[in-house]
Write a protein that binds this ligand. Structure first.
Ligand SMILES: C[S@@+](CC[C@H](N)C(=O)[O-])C[C@H]1O[C@@H](n2cnc3c(N)ncnc32)[C@H](O)[C@@H]1O
Length: 408
């Protein structure tokens, strides 16, 4: 709940970051880096006390959260009269700008009030303007065992909707998940990163933004900018922090000195998409793009990190997939000695086909499937002698396309 003293920017917020269930530990690390003390309050929900600056910073800097909300009321309600009585005590004007209407997103579990449309109607009846399309301010109402919690959304469009991501390949990974995979990999941001199944480039672009200490969503607007309780001074200090971070990263945002990140895919068209996405994100000059199959991956000595999301699911047959993962593992060992390996896939056996030293680092759901991040750090002793990637693991130069035409 926000409290304020006259004449002073003294808001404290009961904030919470919303993330994909399973990614709470990595999102909590991000919050701690912002000086917050997160506490897991449920699946995909991390509560933290925040100043205005921390609330704004969380929206700007969290790479793995999809939204940041602020709790504004908690009460018990077993019927509509209770709901309206307590709802009327909320100071809605603090959060809903002139000309905006509240929109309620409601969920109910094990509670007497469960009809979400009727709950929204009753909340509007306490004197709030009706929701008639844009512009709207989102409120999230959770009812759990008759306890109603109302939170106001501070983000606006979900944080995973990065403005640069206008082109998608097949089976695209959500940006926040890609960022989580990069963070979980333990990549140090200074050594090479290789994604040989890059699709539309999300892993490499999130990595480049991280390495450049650039905010994941660029210069976007947030819902809190329109709040009557918005603090311009706190926002100015967040902007100052963005500029300082870019300077620490060694130049203007996007002005990376080297192309540390190498993205490739067998599908020429998705590689071109990845390049355009990277240009919009302002990181194209940090990335090398290449249309090639994994068997033809360019080699270099470690340390470094392969971070990738190979095909999985039912599009390819079991044997074909197993062969593809085997080639990924063999190519990594032979051509990228001293590199670590991080793989996001739905199948532990496939991950083991790439490398039996991979260990599970996180598990979450993506596109209706349970997926897992498997990881092993760089190996200091370097090259392992192995020959004949294509011959021992089958070849992907002609067959094996999951999603499009093969690169020549
Ligand atoms: C799951 S998708 C990656 C999606 C990507 N993370 C994104 O968000 O856009 C797998 C990618 O592997 C590519 N691919 C399939 N077989 C390949 C091979 N043998 N060599 C290189 N790329 C391959 C496909 O073209 C596809 O873009």
């Amino acid at each position: 709940m926000a409290s304020s003293r006259p004449g002073r920017a003294a808001h404290r917020f009961r904030a919470a970051a919303v993330c994909t269930p399973g990614l709470e530990p990595v999102c909590a690390d991000e919050l701690r880096a912002l000086g917050c003390r997160p506490k897991r309050a449920g699946p995909g929900l991390l509560e933290f006390g925040a100043t205005a600056r921390q609330l704004y910073s969380a929206n700007v800097w969290l790479r793995t959260a999809s939204r940041v909300i602020v709790r504004i009321a908690t009460f018990r309600a077993t019927d509509f009269a209770h709901l309206q009585e307590h709802g009327a005590k909320v100071d809605w004007k603090q959060w809903v700008p002139e000309g905006y209407a509240p929109r309620f997103r409601i969920s109910s579990n094990n509670s007497k009030l469960y009809h979400t449309k009727a709950i929204a109607q009753r909340l509007h009846q306490i004197g709030l303007p009706p929701s008639i399309g844009e512009p709207e301010q989102l409120f999230i109402v959770r009812i759990e065992r008759n306890t109603v919690t109302i939170s106001v959304d501070s983000s606006g469009p979900a944080l995973h909707k990065r403005p640069w991501r206008t082109e998608l390949g097949e089976a695209p990974l959500r940006t926040t998940m890609a960022a989580a995979v990069v963070l979980l990999s333990g990549w140090d941001t200074e050594t090479p990163l290789v994604d040989p199944f890059c699709g539309s480039g999300v892993v490499g672009i999130e990595a480049a933004l991280l390495a450049g200490r650039m905010p994941p969503g660029g210069e976007r607007e947030f819902a809190f900018h329109r709040w009557p309780v918005f603090e311009p001074g706190s926002w100015a200090s967040v902007i100052g922090g963005i500029e300082a971070a870019a300077e620490r990263a060694g130049g203007d945002p996007g002005a990376g000195p080297t192309r540390l990140i190498r993205l490739s895919d067998r599908d020429r068209e998705v590689v071109a998409m990845a390049e355009r996405n990277a240009e919009r994100a302002g990181v194209a000059d940090r990335i090398e793009f290449d249309a090639r199959v994994v068997s033809h991956l360019k080699g270099s000595a470690g340390p470094g990190m392969v971070i990738t999301n190979p095909p999985y699911g039912k599009r390819l047959g079991r044997r074909e997939l197993s062969g593809l993962y085997g080639r990924l593992g063999a190519v990594t060992r032979q051509r990228l000695p001293g590199f670590g390996l991080t793989v996001l896939t739905s199948d532990a056996k496939l991950a083991r086909a790439a490398d039996d030293r991979l260990r599970s680092a996180a598990r979450f759901r993506h596109g209706g499937l349970a997926v897992e991040v498997f990881q092993r750090p760089p190996i200091a002793d370097g090259a392992e002698v192995e020959t004949g990637v294509a011959s021992s693991q089958g070849s992907d130069t002609a067959a094996g396309s999951a999603t499009g035409p093969a690169a020549r």
